[in-house]
Write a protein that binds this ligand. Structure first.
Ligand code: PEP
Length: 250
């Protein structure tokens, strides 16, 4: 397992409004989270300051994306500098929805991760295969290719600021959770790749989250040797469900 605390992210995606987010923050604030878990929530960009000023300190804040380089003439984008300036310590990069729907390439994601780290942010960097890729036996190749593009841009020390989120695309928002064996096998492959591509030290320390229809009781997944946390979409919009997931490592 990676060293460091179990780490759970809640990706709210493009969901919610003032009323529902106010309620969600209230529900989250009622939750008691084990002290040895890092919990990070990623509201839509527009609501980040509101959540930041109302949510308990036990929750760290994340954006769901940022620009690939210094801000400027990039209409509609938010830069890593702005996130750092606004005291948002984390950002999710390379989510499969952005790769698939916004055409983000492996190389672009790699550059984003590097630029975010350069600006002091920590990153949940997402990778994962589609159903077709899994069925054709390409899972490990796809994960390695996506990771290599990040490895190319980082120095070994930068990996302290990265959590890898393995999210099989076929499991995202589908209700199909990878089995503990499937997830463990891929996580172990990711760790082995990190040992060869970066170093044994980084491979043994980096935390690897599983994401994809995570909901409810997840002890079996959390128990796996190479699963160090979860990245949660749908269930992170339901306060008590998310708290249960955060506490599932015990
Ligand atoms: C995600 O998109 O990061 C995710 C894991 O979504 P869900 O939990 O809804 O499958």
């Amino acid at each position: 397992a990676g060293t460091g605390k179990f780490v759970v992210g809640g990706n709210w995606k493009c969901n919610g409004n003032t009323a529902s987010i106010t309620q969600l923050v209230k529900d989250l604030n009622k939750g008691e989270i084990d002290a040895d878990v890092d919990v990070i929530v990623a509201p839509p960009m527009l609501y980040l300051p509101k959540v930041q000023s109302t949510i308990d300190r036990q929750f760290k804040l994340s954006a769901q994306n940022c620009w690939v380089s210094e801000g400027g003439a990039f209409t509609g984008e938010v830069s890593a500098e702005m996130l750092a300036d606004a005291n948002v310590p984390w950002v999710i990069l390379g989510h499969s929805e952005r790769r698939a729907l916004c055409g983000e390439s492996d190389e672009f994601v790699g550059k984003k991760v590097a630029y975010a780290i350069k600006n002091g942010l920590s990153v949940m960097a997402c990778i994962g295969e589609t159903l077709q890729e899994r069925e054709s036996g390409a899972t490990q190749d796809v994960c390695r290719r996506q990771l290599q593009a990040i490895v190319n841009e980082l120095s070994a020390g930068d990996w302290e600021k990265v959590v890898i989120a393995y999210e099989p695309v076929w499991a995202i928002g589908t209700g199909k959770v990878a089995t503990p064996e499937q997830a463990q096998e891929t996580h172990a492959g990711i760790r082995a790749f990190m040992a060869s591509a970066v170093s044994q030290d980084v491979a043994s320390k980096v935390r690897i989250q599983y994401g994809g229809s995570v909901n409810g009781q997840l002890q079996e997944l959390a128990k796996q040797e190479d699963i160090d946390g979860f990245l949660v979409g749908g269930a992170s919009l339901i306060g008590d469900a998310f708290i249960t997931i955060c506490n599932s490592a015990k």
